[in-house]
Design a protein around this ligand. Sequence first.
Ligand code: CO
Length: 210
Amino acid sequence: MREAYDKLLSGNKKWSEEKLKQDPDFFKNLTLGQHPEHLWIGCSDSRVPANEITNTKSGEIFVHRNIANMVVHTDFNLMSVLYYAVEVLHVKHIIVCGHYGCGGVAAAMTNKDHGFVNNWLRNIKEVYHKHRTELEAIADLKQRENRLVELNVIEQVQNLGKTRIVQNAWKKQELQVHGWVYGFNNGLITDLHVMMDETNDVQPIFRYEL
Ligand code: CO
């Protein structure tokens, strides 16, 4: 048990030494501040680390992760991250990145009781319910789950477009919202091509007079 814990600290030491070897100013530069151009909204899953799978460095991506990369408008944590990323950091891209084999999505497709997590998974069940005709036409359960992963990402991209924060940004700055899905089978990201920007098609009822 202790070993698993110590591994992180010794790993950090080694990493810091290597970084300094590659670039003696690496940490000095980090102290100067951050100017990330991307906000990443991803799954908490340990196999989907934003920087690692996009081959980016510290300082390049502002990150928020939760179970199944959800954008829930009553989530003050996500909304604070979104506000800061857009209003202060002026990120140019928001990326919702889901992944095939997502445990949260798989759990939401069942009727199993997941205790407290039911409250969170409920949001994914709503996505399922909205698209149940399409989903239930897919006989293969794995394929159905994969499609729900995609539909869930698309839904979260649209949820971002429904926020005042994003709509307000579209009035004054460049901001694109993208939907991606990552696959463990080959390590590749698929762009779902559901990009939203100031020329968006947010449903009228969700538009604010800003
Ligand atoms: Co997941």
